[in-house]
Write a protein that binds this ligand. Sequence first.
Ligand code: AVI
Length: 313
Amino acid sequence: MVTTAFHQAIEEGLSASSKYISSQFFYDDQGSRIFQDIMRMPEYYPTSCEFEILSFQALQIINKLDFSEPFNIVELGAGDGIKTLQLLRKLTELGAYFHYVPIDISAEAIQALEENMSRELPSLSIKSLVGDYFTQMEVLAQSDIPCLFLFLGGNIGNYEAPQVDDLLSQFYEQMKPGDKLLTGFDLQKNPITIRRAYDDSQGITKAFNINLLHRINREMGGMFLPDQFDFYCDYNPKNGEVRSYLVSLKSQDVYIEDLERSFHFDQNELIWTELSRKYTFAEIEQVARKNGFKVVNHFLDCKHYFTDSLWVK
Ligand code: AVI
């Protein structure tokens, strides 16, 4: 039997006095498909907001880069690249000389992205890198081509404050002076709008969370009965945190074959699955400064729900 990072995380998280499973484990093939459905939900505004920013403000973003040519657009965790395509299309129309460098740990994801991008923009120069962000950023730091790094989608909101500093300081270390970072931040807004984006009426976010239990069953011989769990989430407007949980509907013991043990769940016991932090401008500026960056500009959607924030090293 192979013990994976997922096995270790489940052993640790379900043994803790307050149980948890990290949201990084949402994204197996099935979870990634459900996430695509989330991004298509009308309540889940971050996707359309960022799409709008990258479609309608591409020129303004490009003007703020102030790069000599050629330059690299480096995408960290590219996904399907649909939003980035808008920016790349504008650059291509303007005749800019640049390379698109998506970085992803999954060779399969990169291949799908390359096929997609080449179909949409046949003249695009794509230089994909497969591996973890930091190793691949180190490779890019060796050349003197200026780089714009993209960390889109509001993924930064899924990190706790110390992890955010960790991540940004590692990005900073791998960047050359003058390189830029464009990061998506979901902003604090009417709490009802935020709660609806996560507590959706169709139960898609619930399915996204419950898939963690299916994944344990598939990958480590778990005996979870997913119907015996529900989903709960809560937005606290005082600290900007959406926290998501699985809830055990009864007192139960669940055996996981690969871990050779059972885990006990009390009735109504929670398993914390995700943090989705919403930021204020002051917090974004503080986090940039703390990690050595200077804020160049905030690019906002028309409702001011979301910002792609451009920073320079
Ligand atoms: C990927 N990440 C920014 C999403 C979020 O909003 O926290 C993941 C997600 N979780 C539930 N809905 C969407």
